[in-house]
Design a protein around this ligand. Structure first.
Ligand code: NCD
Length: 430
């Protein structure tokens, strides 16, 4: 600690505007212990504060500063108003974000981590109901949106599949959306047609989140991907500005990469290497949008050459369900990202990502499972980040993010310290 313990604690109490009694209760220590830490060094009764207390105090002071920032930004327009579309609180596209607002959302996701990691609970969305309307296959997006809403104290009503919905009886998007709006307080929608979620959103005034519209966008996935990259880079001591991102696979129909490349293009001096089989290249309108701001974009069909010097490898699945005439079953073996290739082409601090699901069927040649025990494989940490990021999205769209910090209570059950048996343990995080 650069300053003395006494100065550090006094400063923390001043910034948080708390009396000694309230401060001691806030950090969970006896008033008597706090008094001994506040005594001048060298006095007989003075004691050293444990390292864990110092870290906790730093954390709550930083969160306090964040809250202050919210209060200030409330004057210059809240985050939800700044990302709104026609004054509606919706998340349809990553185009709604600037670098500043996306980073603000990431800080809100940081606030959610104690809840996502099952140390704390919150009920800021108590009484609110989410309509999770998935007209296309999904496991993690649907469940993680639902779990995120529940972890903020709300409840979830689901519908899955087109054939079991009234759309199979010919109901229009307008009617479905308007009817659902009478039942629920927010909707997440996944639909096979590009642009369809915007149509749902136009027919309602409640918050709508795009959970994937055909080959269009998947903004919440891109936000959690960006959050993952920033978190992993911070652990590795790297900056995102100037990074080399390799996107590999079906870049034509993969909506996750469509959203992600636009979001990453908000940073400076990026290099994007786009590796796809012939015929599955990234659409031109996205190349045009991402090449603004002087980013370097290279396209190739040669995976090994493309991976050289990568900071991030983002592999994707062949989106066969969206093919219109393309003749491809899975990737050829040359397109498989596996351990030998990563070892041969990349350094020890590359991170390997994938939006999941990966196609594990024989002949699919999707991201190899031989990296499963390799700490460079970030796919499960990435999927885990779906919870704090989706909680942040709901908290912002429903305007409750500033209530979260003071709503936290300890969990009553004991979760496992590592949720996956093969999880890598990094210093200070799991
Ligand atoms: C992706 C999707 O649905 O676009 N999955 C996901 O939401 N994580 C990727 C895919 O299906 O390949």
């Amino acid at each position: 600690m650069a300053v003395s313990q006494q100065v550090f604690l006094r400063d923390a109490m001043r910034r948080l505007n708390l009396t000694r009694d309230v401060f001691a209760a806030r950090i969970g220590v006896k008033r008597r212990a706090l008094d001994t830490w506040l005594l001048p060094e060298g006095s007989q009764e003075a004691r050293s504060m444990p390292e864990v207390v110092s870290r906790f105090v730093t954390e709550i002071v930083e969160n306090g500063a964040l809250m202050e920032k919210y209060a200030q930004s409330a004057q210059s327009g809240s985050l939800r108003d700044r990302i709104a579309i026609d004054n509606k609180h919706q998340l349809l596209s990553v185009d709604q974000f600037t670098r500043e607002s996306v980073e603000e959302l990431c800080r809100v996701a940081d606030l959610m981590q104690p809840i996502a990691r099952r140390q704390k609970v919150s009920r800021v969305l108590e009484g609110a109901v989410l309509g999770n309307l998935f007209f296309e296959a999904s496991t993690r997006t649907r469940v993680s949106f639902g779990a995120a809403f529940c972890r903020l104290g709300g409840s979830v009503c689901d519908t899955t599949g087109f054939t079991f919905s009234s759309m199979a009886k010919g109901e229009s998007i307008y009617d479905t959306s308007r009817v659902m709006s009478g039942y629920v307080d927010a909707m997440v929608i996944r639909h096979p047609d590009k642009g369809s979620v915007a149509e749902f959103a136009a027919a309602t005034n409640i918050p709508v989140v795009n959970g994937g519209d055909g080959a269009g966008e998947h903004p919440s996935q891109a936000l959690l991907d960006l959050y993952t990259i920033l978190t992993e880079f911070s652990r590795l001591g790297k900056l995102l500005d100037g990074a080399h991102i390799v996107m590999a696979g079906d870049l034509k129909y993969g909506r996750t990469v469509h959203s992600l490349i636009k979001l990453l293009a908000l940073y400076r001096g990026m290099k994007f290497t786009l590796v796809s089989p012939p015929g599955l290249e990234m659409p031109d309108y996205l190349l045009e949008q991402a090449s603004k701001n002087g980013h370097v974009i290279e396209q190739t069909h040669d995976l090994a050459a493309g991976l050289k010097g990568a900071d991030v490898i983002y592999a994707t699945r062949v989106q066969k369900e969206r093919f219109s005439g393309e003749n491809l079953e899975g990737y050829s073996a040359d397109f498989q990202v596996d351990r030998a290739l990563v070892d041969a082409c990349c350094g020890p601090d590359v991170i390997v990502m994938h939006p999941l699901p990966r196609d594990s069927r024989e002949g699919a040649h999707d991201l190899s499972t031989d990296l499963n025990h390799d700490p460079r494989l970030a796919i499960f940490r990435q999927a885990d980040n779906g919870i704090p990021v989706r909680m942040a999205i709901f908290a912002v769209l429903l305007g409750v993010e500033s209530l979260v910090q003071h709503s936290l209570r300890d969990v009553t059950w004991t979760p496992p310290s590592h949720i996956g048996p093969d999880d890598s343990v990094f210093h200070g995080m799991y």
